[in-house]
Design a binder for this molecule. Sequence first.
Ligand code: UN1
Length: 506
Amino acid sequence: MNPQEILARLGIGEWSPGACGAAWLDHPGGGELLSYNPSTGEPLARVAMASAEDYEQVAAAAQETFLRWRMHPAPKRGEVIRQIGLALREHKQDLGALVSLEMGKILAEGLGEVQEMIDMADFAVGLSRQLYGATMQSERPQHRMYEQWHPLGPVGVISSFNFPVAVWSWNAFIAAVCGDTVIWKPSSETPLCAIAVQRICRRVLEDNGWPGVFTLAIGRGSSVGERLLADPRVALISATGSCQMGYRVAEVVGRRLGRTILELGGNNGVIIEPDADLNLALRAVLFGAVGTAGQRCTTIRRIFLHRGIAAEFTDRLKHAYSQIRIGDPLDERTVMGPLANGAAVEDMLDGLRRAVEQGGEVICGGRRLERPGNFVEPALVRARADMPIVREEIFAPILYLIEYQDLEEAIRWHNDVPQGLSSAIFTRNLIAAETFLSARGSDCGIANVNIGTSGAEIGGAFGGEKETGGGREAGSDAWKAYMRRQTVTINWSSDLPLAQGIRFEI
Ligand code: UN1
């Protein structure tokens, strides 16, 4: 597949403006950003970033559109998202290929990401008729109490390079049916994916007379990011990225008592019990640890192997790792593409050095490949749960193998990290599975049995505990974070009885 052809079919030329409010800005003044192909190190295209003034224009459009969009009936907002779902189906191949080209994940995963957007659109359409509020029984005669949900305001979405299109849609499609508008600040590693999505959605929005519902501001943290966080018009910031970034978001948005949804670091563990189906566990660990080259926040970073199966499982895993085809993510035979950039390669090599210093043993992989692009071999490291590095999230394919004696110990070690996103156990023993799922089991936002930690469906609420940030996105009732709840009491009597039996008469 020719990169320039993929870009051209998505309407992206050699140069694109990176800011869009009610319309694309002609000449954003925030400097130039080059997007690189991580497989070759070659530049793909140039983007003009938004300046502080450009941000202002984008945010004003989102705010102005919100004032009208909030009064458009929710099922009609859903109809617009339905059409966006259709447009994404039409562009699935090209957009999936662009994700692979710019981010480096293999094509099957790039396409999967666009499918995740389509699923999200379908979910949001259904939701647009189901933004239910509860009714309560009033203690006062002829009084009615209920709660209703209103649109919140413009929502800022800060997305990460590793899911350059899907995670935006988790937020944007829900926000839109909830009556909010969206200001998107994508990762500077993947500006072209954001521009392509914005172009696809915009066409539909424009046809429906709602161009300002989704807006875009690609730019530096100092000019765009900080302004977005501090902007009192922006009711909610939903941010995906490192814990470091999350602290900053929480601090700045918290200072103005704005709302946040944070989806930050993961350090996901899998416990493999002695009675587990090892074929199943092996396939799940491979996908979870090597998929997206270890750059999902749900990537498996630690496996706890019961001593009864540790030797056998380790051998089988080493054998499987030696067969992983690393290379061009657009080649259908490839299983693992490059890392995002040179810094990620350095982080991985540095992490492996530190793991060895702390007593770990690299038993497979872990070298940089001598070729252009940011290619590495995925690494297996025999480790102990008390090695400090095991508590860190290194955004690369390093998998720690830790042996344990009994389930209680494995659960204790599993939970003994600052992050709490996703987790899994492989077992055919009901009691082991239920223990893992109980209140003294996994402390993560996601807990799976006989499935790896990554690859969640959109129907469930996605997010995690502890340093992962506590936010929830996508399915279930995650929509409630994008709306404001109003408790209503209506008195249809001609008396004024007070609650709690209070008498107040003069
Ligand atoms: C992320 O890495 O930020 O569960 C999101 C998964 C994907 C989403 C990952 N559906 O692995």
